[in-house]
Write a new protein. Sequence first.
Length: 476
Amino acid sequence: MGATSGSVTYQEVTNTTGRVFRVGETPKQILGYGRWVPIMAAWLAMCLAGLLEYTWGALNGSLAAVHHWGPGPVFWAFSFFVIFESFIQIITGVLRNRGILSVRWATVAGGLICGIVGYGILATASSIWQAYLGYAVLGGIGSGMVYSSCINIVAKWYPEKKGWRTGFVNGGWAYGAVPFIFIIGAASSGGGASTMSPSTLKTYIIIQGAIMTVGIGVAGFLMKDPPKNWWPKEIDPLDWKKRSTRDLLSNPPALRHYNLGEMWRTPQAKWIGAQYALYVGCSLFGVAYYYGFAEAMGLGSVAAAVGFAGFSLADGLFRPVYGYISEFIGRRRTMIYAYSGNVAFQLLAYFAGSAHNAPLFVICAVISGGLSGANFPMTAALVADYYGETNNAVNYGSIYAWKALGGSFAGGVAALIMTGTLYGTAHFHWILGFFFGAALGALAALTLVFFCKRPTVEQMERAAGVKAASPRTAVA
């Protein structure tokens, strides 16, 4: 139907499968500035919120040593962080979809919770349970709110060319940590020590928390969602192939804007979640253990820091590259190739490290890092491609929740496999962990090959309980 928003007239167009497109408004008429501004703001927020995840591998050794907690409890903190960071996504999406919590305030609140509040508690923690509260619970909740807000805004503003832009915003989550990893490495090397002193550790954590809160807060004020079902007026939604983009031709628009229940009634949804959990386990194994593995193999703190920082840098920088490649060959094929490559390079990183070959380890770790991040932007874009952009905050949030399972694979379960103990100090059998991580990656690739193809019209009709009809347009 037609309507007027302020002084701008728009029309709502419905296609044959029931998808609604709101056409007529430009981004500048909605925002007052270009649609690239909220995307850049989301990128900045992701760079800072990702510090909780990507600096943990470099920071946890100092925490374990200073507080005498041992590696087991500290690695479980990472698993618990991933659980809270994962499940808050769908809650944030529901609140955002219902208009209870705007994307702006979700981002600002998330930065406050994970930054000065969560890290403030971690900095002053005297027991592992306080650390769990500050890092795992509050850090996970806050950073998850930021992630959910930022990753889904791309598809909403760029439904016709979301590929590399999703990867660009998502990449900040990984490479934003690089300068901080080097700072941790430098602070841990003073006086020949391999860990920070108690006072240095406390000061560093407080400063990082303050930086996160301030930076994410500034970014949040520049973020705003487009109207529901918004579509760029330059592309005819009923004949999008006539004047299309490269991305749309390789990744056609979803048949309709599925709600959460409709999405999960398609057979693909559970398999998309399963591949996500499996590959998260493979990917986060590197985040959690590469730094400690390099030090255990006697490669030196410099090689450990360079390898892990290179892992994080490549992890982030490769994400827009995957988005760009997917504009030519599709999201699913891009993911299959990246997953397969990471399986090989994760194992090569182990063999290089166990052979005490520091340069080769760094090379393999960096390449593995670049391949590790493919699932995050590509799954987000794939869910929007398959199920629409309007409800993507909730729909992708329900897929992202599977990261909790993957995080337990990468953290506590991997520690159990390598040490034989769930909680405590033990000797690490690194080969078991690396092969476990690689096996998860291989299973994720196979799941994509056989079970994650685009929903058909018949599957859509069964899931939504509707039949395809004639397209209709109403103009104000």
